[in-house]
Design a binder for this molecule. Sequence first.
Ligand code: DX5
Ligand code: ZN
Length: 227
Amino acid sequence: MIIAPSLLASNHACFGKEAVRATKAGGDWLHLDIMDGHFVPNISFGPQAVKAIRPLTKIFFDVHLMCSKPEILLEPFARAGADEIIIHVELGEQVEPLIWKIKQLGKKVGLAVNPLTEISLVQPFLDKIDLLLVMTVNPGFGGQEFIHETLPKIQQADEWRREKQLRYRISVDGGINFQTAAECARAGADTFVAGTSLFGQRSLKAAVTKMRKIIHANDPAFADLKV
Ligand code: DX5
Ligand code: ZN
């Protein structure tokens, strides 16, 4: 089980300090949301910011591209220190070449699917990716409410993973808090991106610890062991 605090919800005046704080708080990965003002109606930060943070922590950088032209950004983010690059399945025909390009750059590959997009669209790529990101809000902003209708997608992704004996991670992103993390864990998610619910607490460390306990308590694999 992976917990990935999302830098989008941190204090943007001091990304470096916030990245170190997330690391010290026990975050497994750091989630970095890249928005281009076109694919989503918001702009966040670019490769220069990621490059500046990179030397301050060894934490795994999970870079989520919400961008219309990811092809021009893969190399810059790879050079800036991304460990994984996530692109969106909504990009259509571009998806396959983008996956290969990310692999060529030596990075892990993630594929994201928006709440209104059919989960079946990711099926052809499941054997080529390291992580499937099920968006549990419409991308673009932190602090939105979890969309419960996305839960069956997580279950479906988990079913496919078992059936096809694949190993991709199932990540959830958007509106993940102590309650919704439990629901997603029960549905089969193993990677939890959380911004507001973690950075919004007085103690980030206490929040990460609490979320981890809740996720473990709702881990179906663990429930099987108990039987
Ligand atoms: C939303 C981003 C998320 C965002 C989640 O477009 O992809 O990663 O940071 O933020 P919270 O946890 O606040 O919903
Ligand atoms: Zn994200």
